[in-house]
Write a protein that binds this ligand. Structure first.
Ligand code: OGA
Ligand code: MN
Length: 287
C-alpha cells in the first residue's frame, strides 16, 4: 500500500496556500508596507530555493485533484472535477428510484478476471420520477457545455454502477469502439479515490493523477485523460488517506456514468446498442 501520509512525510510538510476565497480586511498603510516587504522576501526565498524535480510538491490539503505526479504534457482541462453538482435531496431521490432495479440484479462477486468487482449495474433511459429526469438532463447539459459540445449531442443512456463497500474497478480505458469522446460520472453515497495512470504505449506510465470523488461531485474525463490514461476506482483501504491526513473510508457507492455515443463513420448510429461490459472495455490495453 502506498500511503499518502508516508509520501508527505518524505516530502516534508505541505505548503500552506492563502485561501483566495477569504475576505481580507483592508490593511493600514504601514501594515501594507510590512506585508509587501515580507512577500518580496518570500518571493526571493522561493526563487532561490530549488526543489528536486523528482520530489513533487504535495497537493494543497483542500485540493480534490492531485496533479503532483502528472506528466506536464497531460492537458489539465482533460480532467475536471466539480463538487456538489446535485443537492443531497436530489441524491436521495436518485438512490431511492435506483434501489429497486438494482436489487433485481445479481451482485457480481466472482469474476476475478473482470475489470470491476463486487458490483451491480443497470442502465437507465427513462426515470419514473420527473425530478430525477430533470437532474440527469441538467448534469448531462453541464458536461456538454463544459466540453463545448452541442447540447443535443447523442449520448448513451445513463450507466448506473452500484459498487459494494468492498468493490473496486481495476485500471481500464473505456472502449474506444463502443463509447465516445468523454466519460463523466456523478458519485452518490460514498467518497472514493479515482486514479488515472498513463496507459502503456500511449502516455508515460509513471504519470498519475488522483481525484477525490466526493458524493454529489461530477468528474469529466476527455481527450488524453479519456484515451491515453487508464482510470480506476481504488478498493477501500488502498491509498485511503488524502492530502492533509483525511481518511477516505469507502462505503457502498453508486455512480451515474454519462458517455456520448460514438459517431459511426459516415454518420448514423453505429449498430445495436453496446452492452455495459462492452462500453467499459476490458482490462488495460484493450482498444
Ligand atoms: C466504468 C467506470 C467509474 C465510476 O464503468 O467504466 O470507470 O465512477 N466507472 O463508477
Ligand atoms: Mn471506465
Amino acid at each position: 500500500m502506498r500511503s499518502w501520509s508516508g509520501r508527505l512525510a518524505r516530502l516534508g510538510r505541505p505548503r500552506t496556500r492563502p485561501n483566495p476565497g477569504a475576505a481580507a480586511p483592508s490593511p493600514s498603510p504601514s501594515s501594507a508596507t510590512a506585508a509587501c516587504k515580507s512577500s518580496i522576501k518570500s518571493i526571493r526565498r522561493a526563487l532561490h530555493t530549488t526543489t528536486p524535480s523528482s520530489a513533487p510538491p504535495p497537493p494543497s490539503p483542500n485540493a480534490l485533484v492531485d496533479w503532483t505526479q502528472a506528466d506536464p504534457a497531460l492537458p489539465r482541462d482533460t480532467v475536471r472535477l466539480l463538487p456538489e453538482v446535485i443537492t443531497a435531496e436530489e441524491e436521495r431521490r436518485l438512490v431511492e428510484e435506483l434501489e429497486r432495479p438494482l436489487r433485481r440484479r445479481r451482485l457480481m462477486r466472482d469474476h476475478w478476471d473482470s475489470v470491476i468487482l463486487h458490483y451491480r449495474e443497470v442502465e437507465r433511459r427513462e426515470w419514473e420520477d420527473a425530478r430525477n429526469a430533470e437532474v440527469v438532463a441538467r448534469v448531462r447539459g453541464r458536461v456538454l457545455a463544459l466540453l463545448g459540445l452541442a447540447p443535443d449531442l447523442p449520448c448513451l443512456p445513463v450507466h448506473v454502477i452500484d459498487l459494494a463497500a468492498d468493490g473496486f474497478i481495476k485500471p481500464h480505458v473505456d472502449s474506444v469502439k463502443f463509447s465516445g469522446g468523454f466519460v463523466a460520472g456523478v458519485s452518490l453515497l460514498s467518497p472514493a479515490i479515482m486514479r488515472l495512470r498513463g496507459e502503456e504505449g500511449l502516455a508515460p506510465p509513471a504519470s498519475m493523477v488522483r481525484m477525490l470523488l466526493q458524493p454529489r461531485s461530477l468528474y469529466v474525463l476527455s481527450g488524453d485523460a479519456r484515451y491515453r490514461y487508464a482510470h480506476e476506482i481504488l478498493p477501500d483501504g488502498e491509498e485511503e488517506e488524502w492530502a492533509g491526513g483525511k481518511v477516505v473510508k469507502r462505503g457502498r457507492r453508486i455512480s451515474l456514468i454519462f458517455r456520448d455515443e460514438l459517431a459511426a463513420e459516415g454518420g448514423g448510429r453505429p449498430r445495436a446498442a453496446p452492452s455495459l461490459e462492452e462500453r467499459r472495455g476490458m482490462g488495460g490495453g484493450q482498444m
